[in-house]
Design a protein around this ligand. Structure first.
Ligand SMILES: [Zn+2]
Length: 377
Protein backbone atom coordinates (compact mmCIF):
# COMPACT_ATOMS: atom_id res chain seq x y z
CA UNK A 1 0.00 0.00 0.00
CA UNK A 2 1.23 3.48 -0.77
CA UNK A 3 1.19 5.92 2.13
CA UNK A 4 0.46 8.76 -0.29
CA UNK A 5 -3.06 9.95 0.31
CA UNK A 6 -4.82 13.17 -0.28
CA UNK A 7 -7.42 15.11 1.60
CA UNK A 8 -6.11 14.60 5.14
CA UNK A 9 -4.09 16.78 7.41
CA UNK A 10 -1.49 14.07 8.07
CA UNK A 11 2.04 14.49 6.84
CA UNK A 12 2.79 10.83 6.17
CA UNK A 13 6.52 11.33 5.75
CA UNK A 14 6.72 13.17 9.07
CA UNK A 15 4.66 10.48 10.81
CA UNK A 16 7.01 7.80 9.54
CA UNK A 17 10.04 9.72 10.73
CA UNK A 18 8.51 10.35 14.12
CA UNK A 19 7.47 6.74 14.70
CA UNK A 20 10.19 4.29 13.64
CA UNK A 21 8.69 0.93 12.66
CA UNK A 22 10.80 -1.19 15.00
CA UNK A 23 9.88 0.97 17.97
CA UNK A 24 6.15 0.82 17.21
CA UNK A 25 6.16 -2.94 16.58
CA UNK A 26 7.91 -3.59 19.89
CA UNK A 27 5.71 -1.19 21.81
CA UNK A 28 2.73 -3.09 20.47
CA UNK A 29 4.03 -6.15 22.29
CA UNK A 30 5.68 -8.06 19.43
CA UNK A 31 8.87 -9.68 20.67
CA UNK A 32 11.70 -9.35 18.15
CA UNK A 33 15.27 -10.52 18.03
CA UNK A 34 18.01 -9.15 15.86
CA UNK A 35 18.61 -11.44 12.89
CA UNK A 36 20.97 -9.30 10.82
CA UNK A 37 22.56 -5.87 10.82
CA UNK A 38 19.33 -4.21 9.68
CA UNK A 39 16.86 -6.99 10.34
CA UNK A 40 14.78 -8.11 13.29
CA UNK A 41 12.71 -11.28 13.48
CA UNK A 42 9.88 -12.61 15.62
CA UNK A 43 6.57 -14.39 15.80
CA UNK A 44 4.05 -12.77 13.48
CA UNK A 45 1.21 -11.00 15.32
CA UNK A 46 -1.12 -11.47 12.36
CA UNK A 47 -1.35 -15.24 12.17
CA UNK A 48 -0.78 -18.21 14.44
CA UNK A 49 2.93 -18.27 13.96
CA UNK A 50 5.04 -21.02 15.41
CA UNK A 51 8.13 -20.40 13.39
CA UNK A 52 9.24 -16.75 13.62
CA UNK A 53 8.35 -15.58 10.12
CA UNK A 54 7.85 -11.87 10.77
CA UNK A 55 10.69 -9.54 9.78
CA UNK A 56 11.31 -5.86 10.31
CA UNK A 57 13.78 -4.21 7.98
CA UNK A 58 15.12 -1.18 9.84
CA UNK A 59 16.84 0.31 6.84
CA UNK A 60 13.81 0.16 4.55
CA UNK A 61 11.36 0.73 7.43
CA UNK A 62 9.19 -2.13 6.23
CA UNK A 63 7.89 -5.36 7.69
CA UNK A 64 7.05 -8.62 5.96
CA UNK A 65 5.65 -11.94 7.13
CA UNK A 66 6.58 -14.97 5.06
CA UNK A 67 3.74 -16.92 6.64
CA UNK A 68 0.62 -14.82 6.08
CA UNK A 69 2.18 -12.42 3.56
CA UNK A 70 1.32 -9.32 5.60
CA UNK A 71 3.70 -6.54 4.65
CA UNK A 72 4.04 -2.78 4.64
CA UNK A 73 5.28 0.24 6.54
CA UNK A 74 4.60 1.53 10.03
CA UNK A 75 1.17 2.83 9.06
CA UNK A 76 0.18 -0.50 7.51
CA UNK A 77 1.36 -2.21 10.67
CA UNK A 78 -0.82 -0.01 12.88
CA UNK A 79 -3.81 -0.39 10.55
CA UNK A 80 -3.56 -4.18 10.64
CA UNK A 81 -2.68 -4.50 14.29
CA UNK A 82 -5.28 -2.11 15.62
CA UNK A 83 -7.73 -3.04 12.85
CA UNK A 84 -8.26 0.54 11.70
CA UNK A 85 -10.01 1.32 8.45
CA UNK A 86 -7.88 4.11 7.03
CA UNK A 87 -4.44 5.64 6.84
CA UNK A 88 -5.74 8.77 8.56
CA UNK A 89 -7.03 6.70 11.47
CA UNK A 90 -3.70 4.94 11.77
CA UNK A 91 -1.89 8.31 11.86
CA UNK A 92 -4.32 9.59 14.45
CA UNK A 93 -3.83 6.47 16.51
CA UNK A 94 -0.04 6.84 16.42
CA UNK A 95 -0.16 10.51 17.34
CA UNK A 96 -2.55 9.92 20.19
CA UNK A 97 -1.41 6.59 21.59
CA UNK A 98 2.34 6.61 21.24
CA UNK A 99 4.39 9.62 22.11
CA UNK A 100 7.47 9.85 19.88
CA UNK A 101 10.45 8.05 21.41
CA UNK A 102 12.32 11.31 22.02
CA UNK A 103 9.69 13.03 24.12
CA UNK A 104 8.76 9.85 25.91
CA UNK A 105 10.34 8.49 29.07
CA UNK A 106 11.17 11.91 30.41
CA UNK A 107 13.67 12.10 33.20
CA UNK A 108 10.92 12.89 35.70
CA UNK A 109 11.72 10.63 38.65
CA UNK A 110 9.07 8.04 39.34
CA UNK A 111 7.48 8.52 35.92
CA UNK A 112 5.85 5.31 34.69
CA UNK A 113 7.82 3.44 32.04
CA UNK A 114 6.48 3.56 28.46
CA UNK A 115 4.30 0.56 27.57
CA UNK A 116 7.00 -1.29 25.63
CA UNK A 117 9.16 -1.51 28.71
CA UNK A 118 6.31 -2.14 31.09
CA UNK A 119 7.04 -5.01 33.39
CA UNK A 120 3.89 -6.66 34.57
CA UNK A 121 5.45 -7.75 37.84
CA UNK A 122 5.74 -4.08 38.80
CA UNK A 123 2.35 -2.51 39.23
CA UNK A 124 1.02 0.33 41.30
CA UNK A 125 -1.85 -0.35 43.67
CA UNK A 126 -4.17 1.55 41.34
CA UNK A 127 -3.11 -0.51 38.33
CA UNK A 128 -3.50 -3.78 40.22
CA UNK A 129 -7.00 -2.81 41.33
CA UNK A 130 -8.01 -2.13 37.72
CA UNK A 131 -6.52 -5.47 36.58
CA UNK A 132 -8.38 -7.22 39.42
CA UNK A 133 -11.64 -5.60 38.35
CA UNK A 134 -11.04 -6.57 34.71
CA UNK A 135 -10.23 -10.16 35.69
CA UNK A 136 -13.43 -10.45 37.73
CA UNK A 137 -15.55 -9.03 34.89
CA UNK A 138 -13.96 -11.37 32.36
CA UNK A 139 -14.60 -14.38 34.61
CA UNK A 140 -18.26 -13.41 35.06
CA UNK A 141 -18.72 -12.84 31.33
CA UNK A 142 -17.35 -16.31 30.56
CA UNK A 143 -20.15 -17.96 32.53
CA UNK A 144 -22.69 -16.00 30.51
CA UNK A 145 -21.20 -16.90 27.14
CA UNK A 146 -21.91 -20.50 26.12
CA UNK A 147 -19.87 -20.29 22.92
CA UNK A 148 -16.73 -19.17 24.72
CA UNK A 149 -17.23 -21.83 27.39
CA UNK A 150 -17.76 -24.53 24.77
CA UNK A 151 -14.54 -23.43 23.07
CA UNK A 152 -12.62 -24.09 26.29
CA UNK A 153 -14.24 -27.29 27.45
CA UNK A 154 -15.25 -28.97 24.17
CA UNK A 155 -12.82 -27.69 21.55
CA UNK A 156 -9.81 -27.40 23.86
CA UNK A 157 -10.80 -30.25 26.17
CA UNK A 158 -10.21 -28.36 29.41
CA UNK A 159 -12.00 -29.50 32.58
CA UNK A 160 -14.18 -26.94 34.35
CA UNK A 161 -11.91 -26.89 37.39
CA UNK A 162 -8.99 -25.68 35.27
CA UNK A 163 -11.15 -22.92 33.80
CA UNK A 164 -11.93 -21.80 37.35
CA UNK A 165 -8.51 -22.39 38.93
CA UNK A 166 -6.72 -20.47 36.19
CA UNK A 167 -9.24 -17.62 36.29
CA UNK A 168 -10.07 -17.86 32.58
CA UNK A 169 -12.50 -15.29 31.28
CA UNK A 170 -14.15 -13.72 28.30
CA UNK A 171 -14.19 -10.05 27.32
CA UNK A 172 -17.68 -9.07 26.23
CA UNK A 173 -16.48 -5.71 24.91
CA UNK A 174 -18.68 -3.48 27.05
CA UNK A 175 -18.69 -4.40 30.77
CA UNK A 176 -15.24 -3.04 31.57
CA UNK A 177 -15.92 0.55 30.58
CA UNK A 178 -19.32 0.55 32.30
CA UNK A 179 -17.79 -0.79 35.49
CA UNK A 180 -14.85 1.61 35.56
CA UNK A 181 -17.04 4.61 34.78
CA UNK A 182 -18.93 3.83 37.94
CA UNK A 183 -16.04 2.84 40.18
CA UNK A 184 -13.10 4.77 38.70
CA UNK A 185 -9.99 3.61 36.91
CA UNK A 186 -10.79 4.46 33.28
CA UNK A 187 -7.58 6.40 32.76
CA UNK A 188 -5.48 3.65 34.31
CA UNK A 189 -7.20 1.05 32.12
CA UNK A 190 -6.31 3.10 29.05
CA UNK A 191 -2.71 3.41 30.19
CA UNK A 192 -2.46 -0.33 30.71
CA UNK A 193 -3.89 -0.97 27.24
CA UNK A 194 -7.14 -2.60 28.41
CA UNK A 195 -9.24 0.15 26.83
CA UNK A 196 -8.73 2.59 23.99
CA UNK A 197 -10.65 5.51 22.57
CA UNK A 198 -12.60 4.96 19.35
CA UNK A 199 -10.96 6.11 16.14
CA UNK A 200 -12.61 8.85 14.11
CA UNK A 201 -14.97 7.07 11.75
CA UNK A 202 -15.19 3.98 13.95
CA UNK A 203 -18.54 5.13 15.22
CA UNK A 204 -19.87 5.49 18.74
CA UNK A 205 -18.25 7.04 21.77
CA UNK A 206 -17.70 3.88 23.75
CA UNK A 207 -14.16 2.97 24.63
CA UNK A 208 -12.94 -0.17 22.88
CA UNK A 209 -11.83 -3.19 24.92
CA UNK A 210 -8.51 -4.61 23.80
CA UNK A 211 -9.73 -8.15 24.31
CA UNK A 212 -13.31 -7.71 23.04
CA UNK A 213 -14.65 -11.05 21.81
CA UNK A 214 -11.67 -12.98 23.13
CA UNK A 215 -11.08 -15.70 25.67
CA UNK A 216 -8.81 -14.14 28.30
CA UNK A 217 -6.06 -16.05 30.09
CA UNK A 218 -4.57 -14.19 33.08
CA UNK A 219 -1.16 -14.65 34.65
CA UNK A 220 -2.07 -14.90 38.33
CA UNK A 221 0.32 -13.92 41.11
CA UNK A 222 -0.98 -14.41 44.60
CA UNK A 223 -4.43 -14.85 43.08
CA UNK A 224 -4.34 -11.51 41.25
CA UNK A 225 -4.06 -11.08 37.47
CA UNK A 226 -0.91 -9.17 36.53
CA UNK A 227 -1.24 -9.64 32.76
CA UNK A 228 -3.72 -10.95 30.22
CA UNK A 229 -3.45 -12.90 27.00
CA UNK A 230 -6.47 -12.94 24.67
CA UNK A 231 -7.40 -15.64 22.16
CA UNK A 232 -10.20 -15.52 19.63
CA UNK A 233 -12.52 -18.53 20.03
CA UNK A 234 -12.58 -19.18 16.31
CA UNK A 235 -10.26 -20.84 13.87
CA UNK A 236 -10.73 -18.27 11.15
CA UNK A 237 -11.39 -14.55 10.65
CA UNK A 238 -9.39 -12.96 13.44
CA UNK A 239 -6.19 -11.51 12.10
CA UNK A 240 -4.45 -11.54 15.43
CA UNK A 241 -5.07 -14.86 17.12
CA UNK A 242 -3.21 -14.19 20.34
CA UNK A 243 -3.04 -10.72 21.77
CA UNK A 244 -1.30 -9.82 25.03
CA UNK A 245 -1.18 -6.61 26.98
CA UNK A 246 1.73 -4.59 25.56
CA UNK A 247 5.04 -4.78 27.36
CA UNK A 248 7.36 -7.54 28.46
CA UNK A 249 5.28 -10.70 28.71
CA UNK A 250 5.61 -12.45 32.04
CA UNK A 251 6.12 -16.20 32.49
CA UNK A 252 2.65 -17.76 32.34
CA UNK A 253 2.17 -20.12 35.27
CA UNK A 254 5.21 -18.88 37.21
CA UNK A 255 3.80 -19.83 40.61
CA UNK A 256 3.07 -23.39 39.52
CA UNK A 257 6.69 -23.98 38.59
CA UNK A 258 8.83 -21.69 40.77
CA UNK A 259 10.94 -23.56 43.32
CA UNK A 260 10.01 -27.04 42.03
CA UNK A 261 12.68 -29.69 41.44
CA UNK A 262 11.10 -30.79 38.18
CA UNK A 263 9.27 -28.41 35.89
CA UNK A 264 7.71 -28.53 32.45
CA UNK A 265 8.34 -25.73 29.97
CA UNK A 266 5.53 -25.66 27.42
CA UNK A 267 5.12 -23.52 24.35
CA UNK A 268 1.59 -22.19 24.14
CA UNK A 269 -1.02 -20.96 26.58
CA UNK A 270 -3.37 -23.85 25.83
CA UNK A 271 -0.53 -26.35 26.17
CA UNK A 272 -0.01 -24.88 29.60
CA UNK A 273 -3.68 -25.22 30.51
CA UNK A 274 -3.54 -28.89 29.44
CA UNK A 275 -0.45 -29.37 31.63
CA UNK A 276 -2.30 -27.78 34.56
CA UNK A 277 -5.19 -30.21 34.00
CA UNK A 278 -2.65 -33.03 34.44
CA UNK A 279 -1.37 -31.42 37.67
CA UNK A 280 2.08 -30.80 36.22
CA UNK A 281 4.32 -28.02 37.59
CA UNK A 282 4.33 -26.26 34.24
CA UNK A 283 4.90 -22.80 32.84
CA UNK A 284 4.57 -21.32 29.38
CA UNK A 285 6.89 -18.98 27.56
CA UNK A 286 3.93 -18.03 25.26
CA UNK A 287 5.92 -18.77 22.14
CA UNK A 288 9.37 -20.11 21.43
CA UNK A 289 11.11 -16.81 21.94
CA UNK A 290 12.29 -16.38 25.51
CA UNK A 291 15.24 -14.32 26.69
CA UNK A 292 17.89 -16.38 28.44
CA UNK A 293 18.51 -13.62 30.98
CA UNK A 294 15.12 -14.42 32.49
CA UNK A 295 15.80 -18.07 33.29
CA UNK A 296 17.53 -17.56 36.63
CA UNK A 297 14.42 -18.44 38.63
CA UNK A 298 14.83 -22.02 37.36
CA UNK A 299 18.15 -22.54 39.17
CA UNK A 300 16.58 -24.86 41.74
CA UNK A 301 15.02 -27.11 39.13
CA UNK A 302 17.09 -30.23 38.54
CA UNK A 303 15.08 -31.20 35.49
CA UNK A 304 13.32 -28.89 33.05
CA UNK A 305 11.25 -30.97 30.68
CA UNK A 306 11.03 -29.17 27.36
CA UNK A 307 7.61 -29.71 25.83
CA UNK A 308 7.89 -27.78 22.59
CA UNK A 309 5.92 -28.34 19.42
CA UNK A 310 7.29 -30.94 17.03
CA UNK A 311 8.07 -28.44 14.29
CA UNK A 312 11.08 -26.50 13.08
CA UNK A 313 10.57 -23.56 15.46
CA UNK A 314 10.12 -25.93 18.41
CA UNK A 315 13.29 -27.82 17.61
CA UNK A 316 15.31 -24.62 17.15
CA UNK A 317 14.00 -23.29 20.48
CA UNK A 318 14.92 -26.56 22.16
CA UNK A 319 18.51 -26.12 21.04
CA UNK A 320 18.58 -22.60 22.44
CA UNK A 321 17.18 -23.73 25.77
CA UNK A 322 19.66 -26.57 25.92
CA UNK A 323 22.50 -24.11 25.39
CA UNK A 324 21.17 -21.91 28.21
CA UNK A 325 20.05 -24.61 30.66
CA UNK A 326 22.67 -27.32 30.07
CA UNK A 327 22.14 -30.74 31.68
CA UNK A 328 18.90 -29.56 33.29
CA UNK A 329 17.17 -29.47 29.91
CA UNK A 330 15.36 -32.68 28.98
CA UNK A 331 13.31 -32.36 25.79
CA UNK A 332 10.22 -34.50 25.31
CA UNK A 333 9.63 -35.54 21.72
CA UNK A 334 5.96 -35.01 20.94
CA UNK A 335 4.50 -36.84 17.93
CA UNK A 336 5.19 -34.89 14.71
CA UNK A 337 2.82 -31.97 14.25
CA UNK A 338 1.29 -32.27 17.73
CA UNK A 339 1.33 -29.88 20.62
CA UNK A 340 0.45 -30.75 24.21
CA UNK A 341 -3.11 -29.48 23.87
CA UNK A 342 -3.58 -31.76 20.83
CA UNK A 343 -2.53 -34.72 23.00
CA UNK A 344 -4.78 -33.57 25.81
CA UNK A 345 -7.82 -33.66 23.56
CA UNK A 346 -7.15 -37.18 22.33
CA UNK A 347 -8.25 -40.32 24.19
CA UNK A 348 -5.12 -41.90 25.60
CA UNK A 349 -3.14 -38.71 24.97
CA UNK A 350 -2.29 -38.21 28.60
CA UNK A 351 -0.99 -41.79 28.99
CA UNK A 352 1.00 -41.31 25.78
CA UNK A 353 2.57 -38.14 27.16
CA UNK A 354 3.64 -39.78 30.42
CA UNK A 355 5.20 -42.63 28.42
CA UNK A 356 7.23 -40.03 26.50
CA UNK A 357 8.36 -38.48 29.79
CA UNK A 358 9.42 -41.92 31.06
CA UNK A 359 11.32 -42.54 27.81
CA UNK A 360 13.17 -39.24 28.19
CA UNK A 361 14.15 -40.13 31.76
CA UNK A 362 15.43 -43.54 30.67
CA UNK A 363 17.57 -41.99 27.93
CA UNK A 364 19.21 -39.72 30.47
CA UNK A 365 19.91 -42.40 33.06
CA UNK A 366 21.30 -44.68 30.30
CA UNK A 367 23.55 -41.83 29.18
CA UNK A 368 24.83 -41.16 32.69
CA UNK A 369 25.50 -44.91 33.27
CA UNK A 370 27.46 -45.02 30.03
CA UNK A 371 29.42 -41.92 31.02
CA UNK A 372 30.20 -43.50 34.39
CA UNK A 373 31.45 -46.67 32.62
CA UNK A 374 33.61 -44.67 30.21
CA UNK A 375 35.33 -42.79 33.00
CA UNK A 376 36.09 -46.17 34.60
CA UNK A 377 33.99 -45.73 37.75
ZN1 LIG B 1 2.07 -13.57 9.52
Amino acid sequence: MSPAISGTQWDIAAIKLTYPLLDVVQREGVVLKRSGTQRWQGLCPFHEDRNPSFFVDVERQRFVCFGCKARGDVIDFVRLHERLNSVANACAWLARTLAPPTTRGSSRPGAPPPPAQRRWDRLTLEQQLVLNAAGALYRDALWRNTRARAYLTVERGLPEWVVRACGLGYADGRSLEAHLRKHGGLRVAEELGLLRRPEPGEGGRMLRERFAGRIVIPELRGGQPIWFLGRHPSRVSARVKYLGLPGEKPVLGFERAAGRREVYLVEGAFDWLTAVSWHLPAFSTCGTDFPSDRLGWLAKARVIFGVLDADRAGRAASQRFEAALGHRWLPISLPEGDDLNDLGRRPGGRAQFFRLVADARRTVSADSRRDATCTGK
